[in-house]
Design a protein around this ligand. Structure first.
Ligand code: PHE
Length: 341
């Protein structure tokens, strides 16, 4: 084909495109296939002649055909909009109405946001993330963590039992803390360990503004040669400054847990303008050096390895960070509360 005849063919096609009627979905589809179809569309087919033209004519021919194709597409799109609107009108829909403005985009729950921020800080400090089951057995939740069967420390963490325990052994329960994940990960691998384990935990608690029967924790575990309490304190203080800001007031206070020795808790100052003392301390985590009995229970040599562990709440740090005064609001699903995040 020569340029002349290509021009003629293009002009003829343009007339056909102009004349085509596009009043229904069928006509639209027919038009699309006839002119613009991938293989045999009339415009598409003309493009295939370009390579046969003398090189200096190809550019003009290409431009001409591109224009024709754009023209056909525009006509198709314009017709498509009016055909769909008309068909919708027939079905009683008016597509020209403005959109609904009360559609909420939604947002992540403040607990999810706090958890993500906590994880992010520890991941940057080189911690891996592990998980364990929420339904736990007595051995992982208590015994392997150095809670002897009749030890009163078990009473500090009463919970909901799925299967009754036989004097504290063999029971199945909703886990009271994330510490059993320490046991599961150490059993599954070899030191060194450096991980956090976020998740939900359950307790038979008196429900107040700062305690609930369900809450979240992030466990931390580091086991290696030469790990000391200084490493623990450094990590926790570094975390607290990253999470609450550099001017946070912290108190590191001795405590007791069967599975750590020595043990300590970390409190954060909660400034409350109406409070007589201007605020109060809020405990956010328990921690300590992993007890040698725990390392022995999972086959790690306590003569060779030492480690630290911590278990921090998520709700309380979230309350402090976002200025929430009652833990129960997290679980009520009241949109007036959730909307603020
Ligand atoms: N598991 C303890 C609790 O829930 C917290 C803790 C974890 C303390 C790790 C020491 C070490 O109270």
């Amino acid at each position: 084909m020569e340029e002349n005849s290509l021009n003629t063919a293009a002009a003829a096609l343009r007339h056909q495109v102009e004349a085509a009627s596009l009043d229904s979905a069928e006509e639209l589809e027919h038009f699309r296939i006839r002119f613009l179809g991938q293989k045999n569309g009339r415009i598409t087919r003309l493009f295939k002649h370009i390579p046969q033209l003398p090189p200096k004519e190809r550019r003009d021919a290409g431009r001409l055909l591109n224009e024709l194709r754009t023209f056909a597409r525009a006509k198709l799109e314009a017709a498509r909009t009016s055909v769909t609107t008309e068909e919708a009108a027939v079905q009683g829909l008016d597509l020209t109405l403005p959109g609904r403005s009360n559609q909420w985009p939604g947002s992540r729950h403040p607990i999810t946001q706090a958890l993500a921020a906590i994880k992010d800080i520890f991941i940057r400090m080189g911690f891996a993330v592990a998980e364990g089951p929420e339904i736990e057995d007595d051995w992982h939740n208590f015994t392997a963590l150095n809670f002897p069967v009749d030890h009163p420390a078990r009473d500090m963490q009463d919970t909901l039992f799925v299967e009754a325990s036989d004097q504290g052994t063999g029971g199945v329960m909703l886990r009271t803390h994330t510490s059993p994940v320490q046991i599961r990960t150490m059993l599954a691998g070899d030191p060194p360990f450096r991980l956090i384990a976020p998740g939900r935990v359950y307790r038979n608690e008196a429900i107040t503004y700062k305690s609930y029967c369900l809450f979240h924790q992030v466990e931390g575990l580091v086991v290696d040669t030469g790990v000391t309490m200084a490493d623990l304190k450094h990590t926790l203080f570094g975390f607290a400054r990253a999470f609450f800001g550099d001017d946070v007031r912290l108190r590191f206070r001795p405590s007791f847990f069967p599975f750590t020795e020595p043990s300590a808790e970390l409190d954060v100052w909660w400034a409350l303008p109406e409070h007589p003392k201007g605020g109060r301390w809020m405990e956010i985590l328990g921690s300590g050096m992993v007890h040698p009995n725990v390392l022995e229970a999972v086959g790690v040599d306590p003569e060779r390895y030492t480690g630290y562990a911590f278990g921090m709440g998520v709700e309380r740090p979230a309350m402090l960070r976002y200025g929430i005064s009652d833990i129960r609001t997290f679980y009520e699903n009241d949109l007036r509360f959730l909307d603020q995040f």
